[in-house]
Design a protein around this ligand. Structure first.
Ligand SMILES: CC(C)(COP(=O)(O)OP(=O)(O)OC[C@H]1O[C@@H](n2cnc3c(N)ncnc32)[C@H](O)[C@@H]1OP(=O)(O)O)[C@@H](O)C(=O)NCCC(=O)NCCS
Length: 185
């Protein structure tokens, strides 16, 4: 297994990983579309230079770390190109996303970048999460990005344990979720 930069051929695998590791597991096509729209498509289609993948011996992606380094761009592109699609799929998710903007607006000064990380079940707890995080943090450091944040479900024990072990700290407690951050020296 290896870590490398994202390539266009990885897009379908990333969507698959995104859906397979989502909690709760999407139950139908509409839910699968929502999950990939919110947590995958913006990044692969607009900031693919900020993605690293873990690959198996056949060079197929089995995990990824995906990141936006420019929150203003993320928000404006998402509003223009992705939220109208979300509105059609789920008004509730659309509203939640707009609320999340209000929260994240307050955090982006300290933490200009934010990330999602997902690894297929059979490949977890083998050190790949740490390697993906090292690759991204090094990449952010080279660009002078001073902090990165993320949101994690309060019940996602392995996620929270992983982030704490990596050095992330708690930034904000929300109903059912936690914002965590890491300063990059
Ligand atoms: C969270 C995740 C990225 C961690 O990646 P990983 O490759 O499994 O983690 P690493 O092997 O680098 O690090 C291992 C540490 O992660 C945590 N961890 C990973 N799997 C765990 C599990 N099944 N149970 C409890 N802790 C776990 C622990 O802190 C563990 O350290 P330990 O083995 O000393 O207890 C990965 O488990 C994953 O993709 N989970 C599903 C998607 C997800 O929840 N993403 C985060 C959403 S915000």
């Amino acid at each position: 297994m290896d870590i490398r930069k994202y390539q266009d051929k990885d897009k379908k695998n990333l969507q698959y990983i995104c859906i397979a590791t989502a909690r709760p597991l999407p139950k139908n096509q509409k839910e699968r579309d929502i999950v990939t729209l919110l947590y995958n498509d913006y990044f692969t289609e607009n900031e693919s230079e900020n993605i690293f993948v873990a690959v198996n011996d056949d060079d197929d992606a089995i995990g990824y770390i995906i990141c936006s380094t420019d929150y203003k761009k993320f928000k404006s592109v998402l509003k223009k190109r992705y939220l109208p699609k979300l509105w059609k799929l789920s008004k509730k998710k659309w509203l939640l996303m707009r609320l999340e903007f209000l929260i994240d607006n307050r955090l982006t000064k300290k933490y200009p970048a934010f990330l999602h990380i997902n690894i297929l079940d059979g490949y977890q707890r083998k050190g790949l999460g740490h390697k993906l995080m090292d690759a991204l943090v090094g990449h952010l450091r080279n660009q002078g990005v001073k902090g990165v944040m993320l949101g994690v479900g309060s019940d996602n024990e392995k996620g929270i344990s992983f982030y704490k072990k990596y050095g992330f700290h708690e930034v904000m407690k929300l109903p059912g979720a936690l914002k965590m951050g890491l300063f990059i020296e």
